[in-house]
Write a protein that binds this ligand. Structure first.
Ligand SMILES: [Zn+2]
Length: 313
């Protein structure tokens, strides 16, 4: 048994011993999905990474399109030269915002800030949950955090840089093709808007939700397993968007060690009866599947039973 695990059990034991209160079946507040942080993350992607490119197009490219469409009929190479210079300018702009090397990027600092907010949000809930069994909020040292944080920041930096690359290459392609085919200005600008809206609304939100959940899931798992909480209760968002492969797991007992099994929450004093999850159910922990808002609420019952048995002996 690890030292964090021992300390946690001791904290529970002391709480029961010194409070004189029976602690065997407390109601544990469920873990919440970090909705507000997820939204902040999406806003920062839009503001810092997507908007400058959108604005460059609005101010520097779109005003030229009508002229290019008209001139192109005789001088396509002149359009090409002019457009290439603008593309280079846009590339420089992107290299400032989200350079290939994240070390000097402000956006990397923003990602670190988001990660820290997610850790703090998770810690606050953990404190409320552990207080139900230890009497006081209980947090073990977060030794798991630096490597998880650094990996997440690296992965997210690349994901966001990829949607920035996608935005720029799709926009450039629309203009180049539009001028070459002598399309109408209004059709070209309509296509530009479509790309910008898709990146801004769909792509940014997807990364923000998916990645906030994934980091939260990793934090919860480490926090719980570190103190010997091997099981959790699967909690869905309980609305109409919950996917059919997650819905049947709501309220079921799950194991951090094996995501392919589940059990009904056992009655007091009984052992869980583990079953294989059907193939149509998800085979990963909550918040790991793309866009998942389900959460893992820690299951303390078996540790409590152990402690109570020790105390009775
Ligand atoms: Zn889910």
């Amino acid at each position: 048994m690890g030292i964090f695990e021992q300390n946690f059990k001791m904290a529970i034991e002391n709480n029961i011993r010194f409070s004189g209160k029976k602690v065997d079946n407390p109601k544990i507040p469920m873990t919440l999905h970090p909705l507000a942080i997820e939204q902040r993350y999406a806003v920062q992607i839009r503001k810092i990474v997507i908007k400058p490119v959108t604005d460059f197009y609005k101010n520097r490219i779109i005003p030229n399109i009508t002229r290019w469409v008209e001139e192109e009929k005789v001088r396509f190479d002149e359009f090409e030269t002019e457009f290439e210079a603008l593309q280079n300018e846009l590339q420089d702009l992107q290299d400032n915002i989200i350079p290939a090397d994240p070390e000097n990027s402000d956006f990397r600092l923003e990602l670190l800030a988001i990660a820290t907010l997610l850790l703090a949000f998770n810690r606050k809930q953990w404190q409320k949950q552990t207080a139900k069994v230890t009497g006081l909020p209980y947090v073990a040292p977060e030794n798991f955090w630096p490597p998880i944080r650094d990996q997440w920041v690296r992965e997210n930096y690349n994901l966001v840089r990829n949607i920035s690359n996608l935005q720029i290459s799709q926009l450039n392609e629309i203009v180049y093709r539009g001028i070459r085919n002598s399309s109408f200005t209004k059709d070209i600008t309509k296509d530009i808007k479509k790309v910008n809206d898709n990146i801004k609304d769909n792509r940014a939100n997807l990364i923000a939700r998916d990645q906030s959940g994934k980091l939260s899931s990793r934090i919860s798992k480490n926090r719980q397993v570190d103190v010997g909480v091997d099981f959790y209760i699967w909690q869905t968002a309980m609305d109409e968007d919950v996917r059919p492969s997650h819905e049947p797991l709501n309220g079921k007992l799950c194991s951090w060690k094996d995501s392919t099994i589940y059990a009904e929450v056992p009655l007091k004093g009984e052992k869980p009866v583990w079953k294989k999850r059907p193939k149509s159910w998800t085979q990963v922990p909550p918040e790991e599947d793309m866009n998942c808002r389900c959460t893992p609420t820690p299951y303390f019952a078996d540790i409590l039973e152990e402690v109570n048995n020790d105390l009775a002996a």
